[in-house]
Design a protein around this ligand. Structure first.
Ligand code: G3H
Ligand code: 13P
Ligand code: ZN
Length: 325
């Protein structure tokens, strides 16, 4: 068994990114791990008329299984259409570790993949990325590569410090690999613990500008872009959770990037925080509740509200397509 993404009604990222760069917004790439999160993402994007990338990590694929993920993505498309929206939906592998993983995803309906060779040398990164591009091209699947290293945790890989992308390397990387988009490191980082409270997180926007100067119009991707909303951190702690004090990337820092050559921005952590805060709140306020729909439903609505706000305040991708009701 297996699927071609086109038969699931999915899109690759090519036209999505062309339109995003033309119209100066960024496409949201929201990670999902279950049905509630998929529904929150697609309903938020359909109601805003925003294109969407459903992003699935290797851990998420293992958790949901490769039999279920493509059908959840198809269900997302069907849900958007039932709401009357024509938004394009991509199913994207986040931080693909190697060609074998990419092959499994493409066989199972992914329309886009990332190959993350950022922890290898420049030449090794190019070699493994090019292999993936050559393979994915046969299926019209788009490929994201990465140059530079983000601080934080990705699956099992932990990087203590970020290594900013070197603008001198980007043209050669794109030319030699044939990637469709490029993830760069300019000061964002993965996970909930990005910066200490009281600090003033700043992105290296001068590096972004220099990269854009060298590859005008080429789709750039930002990972690690969660804001770590303090209302969720406080709620989680108030209702018995343990979370270190931390802050994320301010919306204002990302807004400028979304208007420029950045075509895709990744958000995972904030969805987890919204979900966890909502479930803890319901458990604390109604301890007699044991119908999972009562707390998962609240969690879904919380995530949906968050995604809609983020689209409005950061991505600027609202009204790009038909609004769904
Ligand atoms: O960049 C990493 C993503 O946040 C995925 O996290 O591997 O725990 O699903 P995960
Ligand atoms: P956050 O941890 O900031 O949400 O980043 C997610 C990400 O980059 C997924 O690839
Ligand atoms: Zn990432």
């Amino acid at each position: 068994m297996g699927y071609n993404y086109k038969e699931l009604g999915l899109s690759n990222t090519k036209e999505m990114f062309e339109k995003a760069n033309r119209e100066h917004y960024a496409v949201p790439a929201f990670n999902f791990n279950n049905m509630e999160q998929m529904l929150a993402i697609v309903e938020a994007c359909a109601e805003m008329g925003s294109p969407v990338i459903l992003q699935c990590s290797m851990g998420a694929l293992k958790y949901m299984t490769k039999e279920v993920v493509p059908l959840l993505a198809k269900a997302a498309v069907d849900r958007a259409r039932a709401m009357g929206s024509d938004i394009p939906v991509a199913l994207h592998l986040d931080h693909g570790p190697n060609l074998d993983a990419v092959k499994i995803c493409i066989e199972n309906g992914f329309s886009s993949v990332m190959i993350d060779g950022s922890h290898y040398s420049f030449d090794e990164n190019i070699k493994m990325t090019k292999e993936v591009v050559d393979y994915a091209k046969q299926y019209d699947v788009t490929v994201e590569g990465e140059l530079g290293v983000l601080a934080g945790v990705e699956d099992d890989v932990v990087a203590e410090h970020s290594i900013y992308t070197n603008p001198n390397e980007v043209e050669e990387f794109i030319k030699r690999t044939g990637v469709d988009s490029l993830a760069i490191a300019i000061g964002t980082s993965h996970g909930a613990h990005k910066f200490k409270p009281g600090t003033d997180p700043k992105l290296e926007l001068n590096i972004l500008a220099e990269i854009e100067r060298r590859i005008p119009g080429f789709p750039i991707v930002l990972h690690g872009s969660s804001a770590v909303p303090q209302k969720y951190v406080e709620e989680i702690k108030k209702f018995g959770g343990q979370l270190k004090d931390a802050i994320g990337i301010p919306d204002t820092e990302l807004m400028g990037a979304a208007k420029s050559g950045v075509a895709k921005i990744n958000v995972d952590t904030d969805g987890r925080l919204a979900f966890t805060a909502a479930v803890r709140r319901v458990f604390a306020e109604t301890p007699a509740e044991f119908d999972p729909r009562k707390y998962l439903g609240v969690a879904k609505e919380e995530m949906k509200e968050y995604y809609k706000e983020k689209i409005k305040n950061v991505f600027g991708s609202q009204n790009a397509y038909k609004i769904g009701k």
